[in-house]
Ligand binder design. Sequence first.
Ligand SMILES: [Zn+2]
Length: 142
Amino acid sequence: MSPTPPPGRITPLLRGLAGRCPNCGSRGVFKGIADLQEHCPTCRFSFVREEGYWVGAMTVIMALILVVFGTFFVGGMLLTWPDVPWTGLLIGGLIINGLLPVFGYGWSKTIWVGLHLTFDPARAEEFRPAPDGWSDERSDET
Ligand SMILES: [Zn+2]
């Protein structure tokens, strides 16, 4: 088994932003609403590349929350000044800060893996071996 041929430089990041496998671009990488499979069901790339790997995904989700909440809060203030609807901004802020970490965490993982693959392409040993009876054009080892 070998890694997928190297895509364009930022292609893994774009695939991660789209919520797809950063290595091959296939769908079906999520497990439930907020988590990622251990490996891609199509190319079998293992998403956990090293111990403690999801610390990077936590950084990504915190950055996403900061950008979304900051845009909502500052944009809301600027658009409605001087009669700022503080209660509406408070409720919207609570919703953003409460729901985005839960529903965006799996997405932050695909973004993180895509960001990492952009700078450190996949190696052959990062692919899970195919189960018995599984075959495609990449399982040509004997
Ligand atoms: Zn894949």
